[in-house]
Design a protein around this ligand. Structure first.
Ligand code: DX5
Ligand code: ZN
Length: 217
């Protein structure tokens, strides 16, 4: 079954705990935590302390997307019992293999995100080290942007590389995901869909997650 990871970036921060619990109780598989530093991307979101404020709640596990420079310096801050994936950007890492193994050495799953202009081939020599590849289908930095259509072919290409070589990484897509493109993304080979505004900027979050579920099952 394809998994759904609602992005808290589009939640109402004045009631973050309630929003995190609402999507968890509606069947979200992960909470997607978008961390932005104002350097790697032109926006600042929140950091580990905000994420940790959710630790005392019984939420879905965290799928942490670090859109930051020097991610190696901050990995320890994001380790909690609910951390499932830590995802860093290919474009932010000078020694990507080392950074991946730094994450894995902490006992959590490691992923690499690729910006829209970064080809999948750049991961050729580390595919077997990865637990997840995140295809950005918008330029990172903001919620509510339009899906970049060429991302579908990119996902198909990545899926066929995975199949041909029997790699085990999951494929995640992030940016502009909606009820309109969920089926196409599932068929292209995605395992995890991130959705921010499509989940939180609607009047009935529970109903919306059910709608995603019925497409993804
Ligand atoms: C963008 C973030 C996304 C964002 C997705 O930089 O990485 O996770 O929250 O939001 P939507 O689904 O609204 O494009
Ligand atoms: Zn994200």
């Amino acid at each position: 079954m394809i998994k759904l990871s609602p992005s808290l970036l589009s939640a109402d921060f004045s009631k973050l705990g309630e929003e995190a619990m609402a999507v968890t109780e509606s069947g979200a598989d992960y909470l997607h935590i978008d961390v932005m530093d104002g350097h790697f991307v032109p926006n600042i979101s929140y950091g580990a302390s905000v994420m940790k404020s959710l630790d005392k709640l019984d939420t879905a596990p965290y799928d942490i997307h670090l859109m930051i420079e020097n991610p190696d310096f901050y990995i320890d801050d994001f380790l909690t019992p609910k951390t499932e994936y830590i995802v860093i950007h290919q474009e932010a890492c000078r020694h990507l293999h080392r950074s991946i193994w730094n994450i894995k050495s902490k006992g959590v799953k490691a992923g690499v995100a690729l910006n829209p202009a970064t080809p999948v081939e750049t991961l050729e020599y580390i595919f077997e080290d990865l637990d997840l590849v995140l295809i950005m289908s918008v330029n990172p930095g903001f919620g509510g942007q339009s899906f970049i259509a060429s991302s579908v072919d990119k996902i198909k290409k990545l899926d066929s590389i995975r199949e041909k070589n029997h790699y085990n990484f999951a494929i995640e897509v992030d940016g502009g995901v909606s009820l309109n493109n969920a089926k196409i993304l599932k068929e292209a080979g995605c395992d995890i869909l991130v959705a921010g505004s499509a989940v939180f900027k609607c009047s009935d979050v529970k109903k919306r997650i059910k709608e995603f579920r019925s497409i993804l099952e």
